[in-house]
Design a protein around this ligand. Structure first.
Ligand code: KG4
Ligand code: ZN
Length: 334
């Protein structure tokens, strides 16, 4: 089965072809990032995003077909991101996918964006095996899940306010960093000194598996306001203090979730999963606890078409027909 995957939920147009033959493999994937276009505005402009997705979908489809040596009629199903995301941006991918599926007389598979992220580590050369615990940390979500199989997701804990990526982005803005904020803040934090700026570890000792990150952002704002002027080293120290706090909470809660589940595998997915300090801390502490940690390839941490093609293919394989393949299950509801 050859599945086309289309991602257009925010500022990246992603397209990929995944084949389920011989254990499954990604045949081709292509991405167009709109970062340069939105940079002048300090964030994503939804109207510009939608219009750019329209410009990109056909060339990207042509590219994945050429790169894989496949032709349009060989496509067996068209998977696309149904949501959550920017309405206009999602509509471009959905309309394109549904039109293509109708023309080819093939099934369409609407995929929950987070399910794509959640399953993305299965694309790597050393994938985890079900069941596992997943730490899902994107721009809009921070969740801990018990994943028993495709479509079998149990929510163990989640953020009560800001998502981890959102906290990175908002704090980056406070520190005068441009868009996209998360990677910029992480880079600045690499030059910061440890323990110079001490920030709270929200809900570290709450006893449950929930998170809260909005207070951390406010704590940074207070620190910035206390300083009459702020030089480059002070900004880096604040960034370091923020990153250390958020990473400690994420790592502690993720390892606690694994311990209470009785499982031995942790999967990290979503944009914040690209954070180097998070990976360093997790690897160090999980190693001691004999927990295996799995990450998507760096290029599949942030939004991409490959994870949507994979999730669509797995859904079709699991459900066997269109009716249930597109239905949100477990903790995911669009
Ligand atoms: O998963 P994703 O691409 O999109 C959503 O589905 O939201 O995640 C994007 C989020 C943004 O908030 C971005 O700032 C954050 O992931 N991010 C990072 C890093 N790379 C991306 N946060 C911290 N460190 C990074 N290296
Ligand atoms: Zn995403």
């Amino acid at each position: 089965m050859l599945v086309l995957g289309i991602e257009s939920s925010c500022d990246e147009t992603g397209m990929a072809l995944y084949s389920t033959s011989a254990g499954g493999s990604l045949l081709a994937h292509a991405l167009h990032s709109q970062v340069a276009m939105h940079q002048d505005y300090g964030g994503v402009v939804p109207e510009l995003a939608s219009r750019d997705h329209i410009r990109r979908v056909v060339p990207l489809l042509r590219k994945v077909l050429a790169d894989s040596g496949r032709s349009l009629p060989e496509i067996d199903a068209v998977a696309y991101t149904q949501g959550p995301g920017l309405a206009g941006a999602l509509l471009v991918g959905a309309a394109f996918a549904e039109a293509l599926a109708t023309a080819l007389e093939r099934p369409s598979v609407p995929v929950h964006h987070l399910e794509g992220h959640l399953l993305s580590p299965l694309l790597s050369r050393t994938p985890p095996r079900f069941p596992f615990v997943a730490l899902l940390v994107s721009g809009g979500h921070s969740q801990l899940m018990r994943v028993t199989g495709v479509g079998e997701y149990e929510l163990l804990g989640e953020t009560l306010d800001d998502a981890a990526g959102e906290a990175f982005d908002k704090t980056a803005k406070l520190l005068g960093l441009g868009y996209p904020g998360g990677p910029a803040l992480a880079e600045l934090a690499e030059r910061g000194r440890p323990e110079v700026v001490k920030l709270p570890r929200p809900m570290l000792k709450s006893g449950d598996l929930d998170f809260s990150f909005s207070g951390l952002k406010t704590a940074v704002l207070t620190k910035v306001r206390e300083l009459p002027t702020i030089d480059e080293q002070q900004r880096a120290d604040i960034a370091r203090g923020f990153q250390d706090a958020i990473v400690e909470v994420l790592v502690s809660k993720a390892l606690r979730a694994v311990a209470t589940s009785g499982l031995k595998q942790l999967v990290v997915a979503g944009g914040v999963g690209a954070n180097r300090e998070l990976r360093r801390q997790l690897d160090a502490r999980a190693g001691k606890a004999r927990i295996a940690v799995f990450y998507p390839e760096l290029e599949f941490c942030t939004d991409n078409g490959a994870m949507i093609a994979l999730a669509g293919a797995l859904r079709l394989q699991t459900a066997g027909d269109r009716g249930t393949a597109g239905k949100a299950t477990g903790a995911f509801q669009v």
